[in-house]
Design a protein around this ligand. Structure first.
Ligand SMILES: [Zn+2]
Length: 718
């Protein structure tokens, strides 16, 4: 499903390719939503001797009981809070936590992720115990987990279950047969050439139409193929070496594998060059090219769209959004002038690539980890397999697993308290919009209308997804992965032409993340995130507003960032701004573009101020709104503002709780990948750069005007 710029609060770091069973076979950008968990790092191969599936060590005691939202023990009093607030707030955490070898970044976010995984593991191990008393969903999640954990069977089966697919590709003799084959491969989760799926019409968000977008790359994004610096050249050579080794593992002679890997790079480079950059993709106008199936079909002179759609069981009529016309023109040319033998190689690579995780023998698994997690992101060791299998079941059947998770770990009171906090921040935003000195009255009215129309979704869906047509067979990890993809592919296509389901979630309930959806105009906070150290019913408002409150404000602000503001209250791409207000917004936003462009994240690599603009606007606006809402609450409750608790006044606790959510260790390789391709700034800047723009922060700590944490010319939009 195409979700435009659904903006997860936490950055997505690991490339899609290493996600265990990414069910997001639909258009590439839809991946933004659900890949956002920083959890994709592949796990270590289990012992070849094949331990019995559930003889693993029992889940550790709930370490999370000790996790706090405001934690004074993490503070380093030797650091001046006005000089480096991130170090002041987090040094204690840094001293206590080294970066685990299997992680590429490790922070408080990962702490919660680890705890949630322990909880999910327990649920899955219980469900995996064979019993005739299991409910249908229990059988599915339990047997899928057991199949994934059963490395002995996975190793023994080898490529056997993939043979029919390899044979289909080998049998491709003419370009005329390609459409049906592509539809089949995309259905089973192999991303080749382009993405196709359902999406809300940009012009009419109530209509679900067909979307076509660029896809089919093995490196994280387009610019990995076009940058000419030495590091990028090296990465491409390392990628080619990886593709070559995968071909060798699949049985090709090395010399042929070497030539084939070059052919893959050549095709992908051509596709990449014709694709929009990730910064260009952030502007919805660049992706809005409405047409109809007949016209789109006529453009593709070397590809029978009718045959493709027939195999995909997709509607052959109706409105289409051709996201990237230039890309599809190049795809069409490529089909005309590329020998079919080269296309077979490209498809073969992507088939092996799609399954080279927990479904294939550990030699593939290890090689996949080595390039995507180790080379690209600096991981030193694979994650344990149970973690990856947990992630896999969450991705494939997240609402079946999530239903049990929510019943155990998300009490109704927490949902109620989060809802109240969200409403108070919405009220603060309403008041703030009313008081803006740069916006005209007419635009303010529409901004407030949009704000009031935001739907708050908290914890989990009202209606759970029906998995009854998904067949899960114990002992068939690869088959299960294929069927899970087919299930998702069909579920997605079935939405075309039907009314929009506003209750649907793009993240599963156990996810440690949140998002705003501009076409739905809703904010979404999964239950997995509404836990310590980000939110706790046991802690005071100062801590909860500084932390989870800032996230709620962040997601709301996305509705008014450089992308979100282009959508109206109904989620239609329609300009509701006066020209003058738009200019003023852009001038103010430009301040932030410059601020973040100036940051050198790793030697030689600066942050991209335009790419990160939406997130930076949301960070600053969100924290400001949380602050205003908290002040209102504190005043109403007559909180004594000069009294200290654990050594800090309520306002200081608010800022510290904000900063402590970002305590994170990151490997330099990961930092480079993030700086080049992630719309979120690294965590250090999500703390210090944001606070530098808020004079209220400086007042709380009596910072001098010349202090490092005080900007001489603070940026401010919302
Ligand atoms: Zn965000």
């Amino acid at each position: 499903m195409f979700r435009f710029a659904v903006a997860p609060d936490r950055c997505s770091i690991l490339p899609v390719a290493i996600l265990v069973a990414g069910l997001l076979a639909a258009p590439a950008r839809s991946q933004t939503a659900a890949v956002s968990l920083a959890s994709g790092a592949p796990a270590a191969p289990a012992s070849p001797s094949g331990p019995s599936v559930f003889a693993a060590t029992p889940a550790q005691p709930a370490a999370g009981t000790a996790l706090r939202v405001f934690d004074p023990s993490l503070i380093d009093k030797a650091v001046d809070p006005c000089e480096n607030f991130y170090q002041f707030s987090c040094n204690g955490w840094f001293k206590r936590n080294s970066l685990p070898a299997d992680e590429t970044r490790y922070g408080r976010f990962t702490e919660l992720l680890e705890l949630n995984r322990q909880h999910l593991r327990q649920i899955l191990e219980e469900a995996a115990a064979p019993s005739t008393a299991r409910a249908a969903n229990e059988q599915k999640i339990g047997d899928e987990y057991a199949s994934c954990m059963d490395t002995a069977t996975v190793n023994r089966l080898g490529l056997q279950s993939l043979e029919p697919e390899l044979d289909r590709i080998a049998a491709l003799n003419t370009a005329q047969d390609l459409p049906a084959l592509l539809a089949h491969l995309q259905a089973i989760g192999v991303s080749t050439f382009f993405g196709m799926g359902s999406g809300q019409d940009f012009a009419d968000s109530s209509a679900v139409i067909s979307f076509y977008s660029s896809d089919g790359l093995g490196l994280p994004e387009r610019d990995y193929y076009t940058r000419t610096d030495a590091q990028s050249e090296l990465t491409r050579r390392q990628y080619v070496a990886h593709v070559r080794r995968i071909f060798v593992l699949a049985g090709e002679p090395d010399r042929q594998a070497a030539a084939d890997a070059e052919a893959v790079l050549a095709i992908e480079t051509r596709l990449a060059k014709a694709s929009l950059t990730i910064t260009e993709q952030r502007d919805p106008q660049n992706l809005n090219h409405p047409t109809d199936m007949a016209s789109f079909s006529r453009e593709l002179t070397h590809f029978s769209l009718a045959e493709y759609l027939a195999t995909a069981h997709a509607s052959a009529t109706g409105k289409v959004n051709d996201n990237e016309p230039r890309f599809f023109a190049e795809f069409n040319r490529l089909l005309a002038d590329t020998p079919i033998s080269q296309i077979r190689i490209y498809l073969r690579w992507h088939l092996l690539h799609a399954y080279a995780g927990t479904s294939l023998p550990e030699s593939f698994d290890q090689e996949n980890w080595d390039f995507y997690a180790h080379t690209l992101n600096g991981a030193q060791k694979q994650q344990e397999r149970w973690k990856r299998c947990t992630i896999r079941v969450d991705q494939e059947m997240g609402e079946a697993l999530g239903q049990v998770y929510v019943a155990r770990y998300f009490p109704p009171e927490e949902k109620q308290r989060t809802l109240e906090m969200t409403q108070s921040i919405e009220q603060a935003m309403d008041k703030e919009i009313g008081g803006l000195d740069w916006m005209s009255v007419a635009t303010k009215i529409r901004a407030k209308e949009k704000l009031r129309a935001v739907m708050n979704k908290i914890g989990y869906p009202e209606k759970w997804r029906d998995y009854s047509t998904l067949k899960i067979v114990r002992g068939d990890a690869l088959g299960n992965q294929m069927r899970a993809h087919e299930f998702e592919f069909a579920r997605d296509l079935a939405k075309i032409g039907r009314p929009v389901d506003k209750g649907e979630w793009q993240m599963t309930p156990p996810t440690v993340n949140a998002y705003y959806d501009p076409q739905m105009n809703n904010v979404n906070f999964p239950a997995g995130y509404l836990q310590p150290p980000f939110f706790s019913g046991a802690e005071d408002d100062a801590a909860n507003y500084g932390d989870m409150g800032s996230t709620i404000g962040h997601e709301l602000t996305h509705g008014f960032d450089d992308q979100g503001r282009q959508f109206d209250k109904d989620g239609n791409l329609r300009n509701w701004w006066s020209q003058q207000d738009e200019e003023k917004f852009n001038q103010r936003a430009e301040c932030m573009v410059k601020q973040y462009d100036a940051i050198e994240a790793v030697p030689g690599v600066h942050l991209n101020g335009k790419l990160t603009l939406g997130e930076n606007l949301a960070d600053l606006g969100g924290l400001w709104l949380a602050w205003l809402a908290w002040l209102d609450q504190a005043n109403a409750a007559h909180v004594p503002m000069t009294a200290t608790t654990e050594g800090y006044t309520p306002d200081q606790r608010f800022w510290i709780a904000y900063a402590q959510q970002w305590c994170t260790q990151t490997r330099p390789e990961q930092l480079r990948t993030q700086a080049q391709s992630d719309p979120h700034a690294p965590d250090e800047y999500r703390t210090n750069s944001v606070l530098q723009d808020l004079p209220e922060f400086a007042r709380s700590f009596s910072c001098k005007k010349t202090a490092a944490m005080v900007s001489a010319k603070p940026c401010r939009v919302w």
